[in-house]
Design a protein around this ligand. Sequence first.
Ligand code: FE2
Length: 367
Amino acid sequence: MTPFTSHARTTVIFEPGGLGRTGEIARSLNFTRTLLVSDQGMIDAGYVDRALRSLDSAGIQTLTWHDFAENPDSDSLEKGRVHAAPFSADSIVALGGGSSMDAAKGVNFLLTNGGRIHDYWGYGKAARPLLPMLAIPTTTGTGSEAQSYAVISDAATHRKMACGTPTAAVRIALLDPELAASQPRRVLAASGYDAISHAVETFVTTRRTAFSDCYAREAWRLLDENFERALASPGNVEIAGRMQIASYLAGLAIEHSMLGAAHACANPLTQFHGATHGHALAMVVPHVVRFNNSAANGRYAELHPELPLRLEELRAAAQLPRTLADAGVTTGDLTRLSEAAAEQWTGQFNPRRFDAQAAQEIYLCAL
Ligand SMILES: [Fe+2]
């Protein structure tokens, strides 16, 4: 039995069309000067304008920041800090997928505590509380809206840094299934597989608890039932809502139990080969489950009697890359990848001992 403390730091509002109430909800948190963090895609889709209109009608002044890419890095955060500091925001609204939420949290560290984002790599290194945040996720994968971590890439090495502190958890997560229903299919495919990976990994980590088990099990159940349906039914708000809840629950599971070898193997594929996070996971997760099976005490079978095969089926339904060769990886790359995987902090929570040799074994199966 694993002792644990569970904090409910985030209020969840699940509401179709909730984006139109952004201002009212922000006002309920006493926001008056808000930095709206949202990527270019959200501007192009018209969501930023809708949020700005709502914030404006609630009497909230705003400054927007969108100058960051997928997997926001330390350099873009510094630019964000320079852009936002003169505005003296008292709050932040993050609208978008994982990149927008990570960028919002990352710039929040710098605005409130100074220094570089590297100073906050790890947990609890921010001396001052972060600005209160409202998150409005538009994808169904990252679960960042349920977590007190920002994941930021080092601009020089592209290594991912997880920076956490209790006040990096958002005050309100506004889950509007109409937004989730409008995500492009390729985004749904990659983000949905990320959520699937979160549910599967958190269910077996060494840090798992009675609470994380509940979140992971229910997240898996919803994803197993709805991922293929969502892919086949673009625009279906009901199904998108189930995916959104699943993604949030899987994010909560991470907050309580961390991740494992799949994310440790996936991150170097992004770092060195530019693989999208969900694509990198699709290539390795079934093999990680086979690798871990002997140490998982039959827990994978609780999720599905043939879990690796089911994961491959879901991957095929999403038309995600199957092998490392699909991402341009060759045998000559495996040593560098394996060494980088062994340095990822999530590997330490894997149920079976995970080191460079283990990573190489998994990569070879995925090649
Ligand atoms: Fe992930």
